[in-house]
Design a protein around this ligand. Structure first.
Ligand SMILES: O=C(CO)[C@H](O)[C@H](O)COP(=O)(O)O
Length: 222
């Protein structure tokens, strides 16, 4: 059985050209990407990199990729990241791995975002996956009540994020219109981030049965 996550990740390494500042996403598919990119770096590919999680930074450094402090970085050329769901509009749900806030920040700083995934992540419309919402602990009950008013049942994760916040995983009986939901969440004090990526994704490498397909969003977002 082919390892589709690995194949999608390895194909996306072709996006990385010398001199780029690359954002490393988070998750098991990205772990394959980091390993494949590190092999290119060992062969002499000169890049700089930033990471969206402590876990990805640690993996990259162990593999020989130097990681810059994102706090000193205003612009990234390319971020490569996984997703929990991706639909034909290039709307994505992300954050099962808990790195959604840093992923969104680095994606916003990036000229291009490429998603890598196996075909289990491809859906007709996002919304079946749990939607992670990163919340400052002070606002836990308030944000949970706001999510309930939006139609979601929430479960709080046991662990905190790299930012010291908590995550409420939201499941909706009926998934709202994604832009309306994003607007409502963005307007809720205490919500530091959420897993809806509606404008960020420019392209995707999706593997199914050992075959990788590159999908490019029709119009660019910037
Ligand atoms: O958003 C993420 C982490 O916050 C991951 O990219 C997403 O959950 C996909 O993970 P995986 O590649 O392990 O399936």
């Amino acid at each position: 059985m082919p390892n589709d996550k690995r194949l999608a990740a390895e194909a996306a390494v072709a996006e990385v050209t010398p001199g780029l500042l690359v954002g490393l996403g988070t998750g098991s598919t990205v772990a394959y990407f980091i390993d494949a990119l590190a092999a290119r770096v060992r062969d002499g590919l000169a890049i700089r990199a930033v990471a969206t999680s402590l876990a990805s930074a640690e993996r990259a450094r162990a593999a020989g990729i130097a990681i810059d402090d994102f706090a000193d970085v205003a612009h990234v050329d390319l971020i490569v990241d996984g997703a929990d769901e991706l639909d034909p509009h290039f709307y994505a749900i992300k954050g099962a791995g808990g790195a959604l806030l840093r992923e969104k920040i680095v994606a916003a700083a990036s000229a291009r975002m490429v998603v890598i995934a196996d075909s289990s992540k491809q859906v007709a419309a996002i919304g079946a996956a749990k939607l992670p919402v990163e919340v400052i602990p002070f606002a836990r009950a308030f944000v949970a009540a706001r999510l309930a008013a939006l139609g979601a049942a929430t479960i709080q994760r046991d662990s905190l994020t790299d930012n010291g916040n908590l995550i409420l995983d939201a499941r909706f009986a009926t998934f709202p219109e994604p832009r309306d939901l994003a607007r409502a969440l963005d307007a809720t004090p205490g919500v530091m981030g959420h897993g809806l990526f509606l404008d960020e994704v420019d392209a995707a490498y999706v593997a199914q049965g050992g075959v990788v397909t590159r999908l490019e969003r029709a119009a660019t977002r910037r």
